[in-house]
Design a protein around this ligand. Structure first.
Ligand code: DON
Length: 307
């Protein structure tokens, strides 16, 4: 029987299309020039069905949506104790690029904000891994979540590095508290490359579906990370993934989610589906404007709120 989901998704895109508020990320020169009209929505079920509408195969950079997946890889590579010793799991209630460190320990409050993600970047792979090895572990790990080989947009990566003053400042703060124990610039370079991995909305939906499926990619059947790791990741996505809009999101949409300034937005419903949207114009929190509208619509139309 033909599914009604593609028609439903196409109709949802049609309804949010007139909203042209917000603008693509301006602080990364390569992103400022993104086509603002691009629009896509994809739903991937945990048994491997994928339904898409709009520009679901258009590539864009993953940006902060990499954070929960790289956190998962760090938990898998180094274990819970080591990672939790360095990065907390408390919401910051602040923007993604605030410093947000615990006063007494200097630990970043959570892995979804930049301070936490920079620290997580230093915890990838076996202890003392070289930066190039960590970079490859991240690229391959994100590829395993997506179920296909992903590449890096070198132009976006070098463009972001040219203006990465704020992330460099945060990394130096972390170094000054000995949360980072290596050259802050090397860590920022690794983080910026992680953010520049190219994905499509279809890839992001598969990545989210892998989280929804307790770490098993529904298409390749690879167990990418354990169910215990996924429980941690989805918990921090729920409480911290939408930064200073996390409470509004939890009450209104009620799906563990993560956004990126490339215009992507994912949600993962445990035991059910991964959802991804793509539209580059952003609101004041750095979330895709039309992506947020689409998720509000999906949550209420399909009864997806977890509560
Ligand atoms: O750290 C940055 O500024 C970017 N590379 C990623 C930020 C981001 O995607 C925030 N999320 N909405």
């Amino acid at each position: 029987m033909r599914s009604i989901i593609p028609d439903y998704l196409a109709d949802a895109l049609f309804r949010v299309e007139p909203d042209t508020s917000g603008q693509p990320a301006q602080y990364i020169p390569e992103l400022a020039g993104a086509d603002p009209e691009r629009l896509a929505a994809v739903v991937a079920t945990i048994d491997g069905e994928v339904y898409g509408a709009g520009d679901s195969d258009a590539e864009f950079t993953i940006q902060s949506i990499s954070k929960p997946f790289v956190y998962a890889l760090a938990l898998a590579d180094r274990g819970f104790d080591t990672v939790l010793d360095k990065v907390g799991v408390e919401p910051s209630g602040e923007a993604f690029n605030e410093v947000s460190l615990e006063h007494d320990t200097g630990r970043p409050l959570n892995p979804m904000i930049n301070a936490g993600a920079l620290t997580v970047q230093s915890l990838i792979g076996p202890w003392n891994s070289e930066p190039a090895e960590r970079g490859e572990r991240v690229r391959q790990g994100l590829s395993a979540f997506a179920g296909r080989e992903l590449t890096i947009d070198e132009r976006v990566s070098s463009s972001e590095m040219d203006t990465a003053h704020r992330n460099l400042a945060i990394a130096h703060m972390l170094r000054s508290r000995d949360v980072l124990t290596e050259d802050p610039r090397t860590v920022v370079e690794g983080y910026v490359r992680q953010c520049a991995v190219l994905v499509t909305a279809r890839d992001l939906a598969m990545m989210a579906a892998t989280l929804a499926n307790r770490g098993v990619n529904p298409l390749t059947n690879e167990q990418v990370v354990s169910g215990a790791v996924v429980r941690y990741v989805l918990s921090v996505m729920f409480t911290c993934g939408m930064y200073d809009a996390a409470g509004d999101w939890a009450t209104q949409v009620g799906i563990p989610a993560k956004s990126g300034v490339g215009g992507g937005l994912i949600g993962a419903l445990p035991g059910q589906v991964g959802i991804a949207t793509f539209s580059p114009r952003l609101d004041e929190h750095g979330h895709s404007v039309r992506g947020v509208s689409l998720f509000e619509r999906f949550s209420s139309d399909m009864g997806l709120h977890v509560m």
